[in-house]
Design a protein around this ligand. Structure first.
Ligand code: F6R
Length: 609
């Protein structure tokens, strides 16, 4: 994971790179560092903690940056989050500084060899190995030294390197990890994500795998592994600068939960065709003929995106009767997948950067399957590598825990399922009835948000428990997984999402008066069964908080507390129930004083395998 940001050609380059780095904080936030030149010598600063701490430290030192600066925000892989392990890493004589994103898989062997040659290491990281290797190989130019060292390195990684002999140059390289270069009026920027560039940078060049870049003020040169120059047209990317603000909110997470009605409206905008009871989806890059030939769908994702995928798979089977398999990308990529003709792959990833999802997509593409990406970040790796893209239009999601991106994933998947259904057996009236429910969704979500004070009150009662079960059936099962994940990640409470019918096959042993159950009961077809499962919980003295859309009397005797949500059809009830789950997790985390926007040990984009 980690984020790299550099710039060449600005007088106050340290300020500029730290501002870019703040936009990369989603990639990791356990420590950060920056390097630049002073009197032709490399100077650097590293701090444990957020970029704001680094900012204060550079300010105190009066470190302004002379035309060039290179910075890094870290998510620890090798070595604890300490100052020593923070980037940049330097060689023994401080002639070279390096920032690194990714993992060097053979770092132990390399470290051993370097140690045998007398090199002294200051950190536990795999990254420091690269700095020493390149420094040892430096003869006359940094580009050549980097190029000669690269074949020794195994893994997926991106690097940025500077050397005191070339104080106007950054050398960058990437392999299975993103790097982009942006240019504006004599200034050249380097970043792990083009969305971190200043707003005036619109033209962006993405480095492809195995390419080396030399950045100087207003100049970018690209080379292949043999240092043969490469020509590359820049791409124009869309920017979303205005929304990187919390406004009056204490946390981005609550702001983003509250933005869901608007985000869903955006996801639906211009994508519905009411008269025909169907959806029209731009960006699929598949003809009607190709869509009709789809015989099966394979959905991939990780974490929250995987949960949205489970709901999507159920909807595609229910509405379109197309067999749909859902897989966790990190497992699937190692399965030597069997891809039958007629398979359409849907990769779900908010960031478009999740390493496991990207790797699974690459594997499936080599097997010849068309890949459709459902995601949020324009210009991301999956946006570029997938054959087609359905954008979530959720707007930037800054809170590390995914909220509005999740609901928009479900909404976009529902549009896809509807379209596929209408191309098969679903009648126009059935399509219209589905759209009626879909169009009501933003207002229904708003109803839940308007009553969030009630959920905040319940959170006060439930915040004291350290173990939870989240139960549901059918569409409410993935909702339970998702709600449990939200609680785990932002409040650090142990929470198990489980299919309610499975409880009696083992986990019911854990139910007692100190382990409450949050029960998602809004799947109408399974409501009676769900009620019986909750009776089993009550019989074991379990406390039950039910998310319900029915008259509260229907749950008399089984629910101790209720969160009421509007009633809708089963597939879309997943959105409403999830919003209730998000609010519950948020307010419990608030009660427990957790760091809600940036929970410990996490990062927004998981770019390591
Ligand atoms: C949880 C969360 C993660 C992500 C997962 C995949 O709230 O945000 O579980 O869903 O890391 O990320 P994307 O969707 O970017 O591939």
């Amino acid at each position: 994971m980690c984020g790299i940001f550099g710039c060449v050609g600005l007088d106050e380059s340290v300020k500029a790179v730290l501002s870019g780095l703040r936009r990369l904080e989603y990639r990791g936030y356990d420590s950060a560092g920056v390097c630049t030149f002073s009197n032709d010598k490399i100077i650097f600063e590293k701090q444990v903690g957020k970029i704001s701490t680094l900012d204060e430290a550079t300010e105190k030192k009066g470190m302004k940056g002379n035309k060039l600066a290179l910075a890094h925000t870290r998510w620890a892989t090798h070595g604890k989050p300490t100052k020593e392990n923070a980037h940049p890493h330097l060689d023994e004589k401080n002639t070279l500084a390096l920032v690194h994103n990714g993992i060097i898989e053979n770092h132990e062997v390399l470290r051993r060899d370097l140690k045998a040659k007398g090199v002294k290491f200051l950190s536990d990281t795999d990254s420091e190995v690269i700095a020493h290797l390149i420094a040892k190989d430096f003869e006359e130019d940094l580009l050549g030294a980097v190029q000669r060292s690269l074949p020794l390195l195994e893994g997926s990684f991106a690097i940025g390197v500077i050397h005191e002999k070339e104080p106007n140059t950054i050398i960058a390289f990437c392999k299975d990890a993103p790097l982009a270069v942006g240019m504006n009026e004599g200034v050249t920027y380097l970043s792990s994500d083009p969305n971190a560039f200043p707003s005036e940078v619109k033209n962006v060049v993405f480095l492809s795998n195995g390419e080396i870049a030399r950045l100087q003020a207003g100049v970018l040169e690209l080379f292949d592994g043999d240092l043969t120059p490469i020509q590359r047209e820049s791409l124009i990317i869309e920017r979303h600068d205005q929304v990187f603000s919390k406004g009056d909110y204490e946390h981005y997470t609550l702001k983003e939960i509250d933005e869901q009605p608007m985000a869903i409206r955006n996801a639906l905008f211009n994508r519905t065709h009411y008269d025909f009871g169907t959806a029209t989806l731009e960006g699929l890059n598949l003809s009607i003929h190709e869509l009709l030939e789809v015989e099966r769908v394979l959905i991939l994702g990780c974490g929250t995106s995987y949960h949205a995928g489970i709901i999507g798979a159920m909807m595609i089977e229910e509405l379109a009767r197309v067999p749909t398999q859902i897989e966790i990308a990190s497992e699937y990529r190692y399965s030597n997948p069997i891809v039958l003709p007629g398979t359409l792959v849907i990769a779900i990833s908010q960031s478009g950067e999740t390493a496991d999802t990207v790797a699974a997509v690459r594997e499936l593409k080599t097997k010849g399957a068309p890949v459709l990406w459902i995601g949020n970040v324009q210009g991301s790796t999956l946006a570029r590598e997938a054959d087609g893209a359905l954008f979530l239009r959720a707007g930037p999601e800054i809170g590390v825990c995914s909220t509005k991106a999740f609901t928009n994933q479900v909404v976009v998947l529902s549009l896809f399922a509807l379209m596929m259904g209408r191309m098969r057996h679903l009648s126009r009236d059935e399509g219209k009835a589905f759209l009626d429910c879909l169009m009501r969704l933003p207002d229904e979500v708003q109803t839940i948000l308007d009553r969030k004070g009630d959920i905040a009150k319940l959170a006060k009662k439930y915040a004291k428990y350290d173990n939870f079960f989240f139960l549901g059936r059918r569409y409410m099962y993935p909702v339970s997984l998702e709600a449990a994940l939200k609680l785990k990640e932002i409040s650090y409470i142990n929470a198990n999402g489980y299919p309610a019918g499975e409880l009696k096959h083992g986990p019911i042993a854990l139910i007692n008066e100190s382990c409450p159950t949050v029960a998602f009961t809004t799947n109408q077809t399974t409501f009676p069964k769900m009620k019986s499962n909750l009776q089993e919980v009550k019989a074991r003295h379990g406390l039950v908080l039910a998310v319900s859309s029915v008259d509260h009397r229907a749950l008399d005797g089984v629910a101790d507390d209720l969160i009421q949500v509007p009633q809708t059809i089963d597939p879309l009830a997943s959105v409403l129930a999830s919003v209730a789950g998000q609010l519950l997790a948020y307010y419990i985390a608030l009660e427990r004083g957790a760091n809600i926007d940036q929970p410990r040990n996490l990062a927004k984009a998981v770019t390591v395998e």
